[in-house]
Write a protein that binds this ligand. Structure first.
Ligand code: ATP
Length: 248
């Protein structure tokens, strides 16, 4: 891939708004396998940031490392200025981070309504009514089992479930994967409305059109490293580089 001259990801700003999430020198391992190499990234309050790159580039591992799900890692991770790198995942979540994994964690043997009501809505979090307003199809399917939903409905349910905790930062792993364009558009509108409410989003995507429509900045992953950073205003001029980063 041809890299931009300024391929080194920019450090978090030292003046102005402090980053909400700041990841420094993150290295991560599966057993003996060293899969993330010196990852530096940040997400500012109210920002949508995407991680793009081909399969196996290390995007999901980055989300797992931030959430404390993958513990075999080194580096600094701060959220709202506080160190979260040593916290177990439930305490990371309690600080205001929420993760929707690629496999859309919903409870397949429970109904849509039960899925929504199982995690109690925290102050500021989404109520069942708000979820139904955002995705009316979930109200229509309220008594259907999770296992009987389409892929798009499962994705909607997975997103609104985690919003019940009222997160400040939402980590979304390939929310558009395998979904029809009209559903992808609906999910995009919800992500934009979350940003309008002040939430920040860290988005893993391979759908470049979706990612570039939503995100303010993109980090490009290749082989467990961030090799480039592209801001919204640079996307048109850099589209070729972004496409190469995603091509197999
Ligand atoms: P994908 O979209 O395919 O998930 P990705 O960019 O998210 O791609 P990761 O899932 O983070 O990539 O994988 C990074 C590397 O770690 C890959 O080489 C992958 O094979 C390896 N890997 C991922 N999960 C495990 C695991 N549980 N055990 C061992 N190696 C793993």
């Amino acid at each position: 891939m041809t890299l931009h001259a300024a391929a080194t990801p920019s450090p978090a700003p030292v003046t102005g708004t402090a980053p909400l999430l700041d990841v420094r020198d993150l290295n991560a391992y599966y057993g003996q396998s060293h899969v993330l190499h010196d990852i530096n990234l940040h997400v500012n309050p109210g920002e949508i940031v995407s991680l793009i790159g081909r399969n196996g580039a290390g995007k999901t591992t980055t989300l797992k490392s931030i959430m404390g799900v993958l513990r075999s890692r080194t580096g600094q991770i701060t959220f709202g200025g506080q160190d979260i790198a040593r916290l177990p995942s439930h305490r990371v979540a309690a600080r205001g981070l929420a993760w929707v994994p690629e496999e859309r964690a919903i409870l397949s043997t429970l109904s849509v309504k039960e899925n929504l009501e199982l995690p109690p809505a925290r102050p500021g979090g989404w109520t069942t009514e708000r979820a139904y307003e955002a995705f009316p199809v979930l109200r229509e399917r309220g008594h259907h089992l999770g296992s009987k939903l389409s892929g798009g409905e499962q994705q909607m349910l997975a997103i609104v479930r985690v919003l019940r905790s009222g997160p400040k930062l939402l980590l979304l792993d390939e929310p558009s994967e395998g979904l029809a364009p009209v559903i992808v558009q609906g999910i995009g509108r919800i992500i934009e409305s979350l940003r309008a409410d002040g939430m920040s989003v860290l988005l893993v995507e391979q759908n470049l059109k979706f990612a570039t429509r939503l995100a303010d900045r993109h980090y490009v992953f290749v082989d467990g490293e961030i090799v480039d950073e592209v801001a919204r205003g640079e996307v048109e001029a850099r589209r070729g580089d972004l496409l190469r980063a995603l091509s197999v």
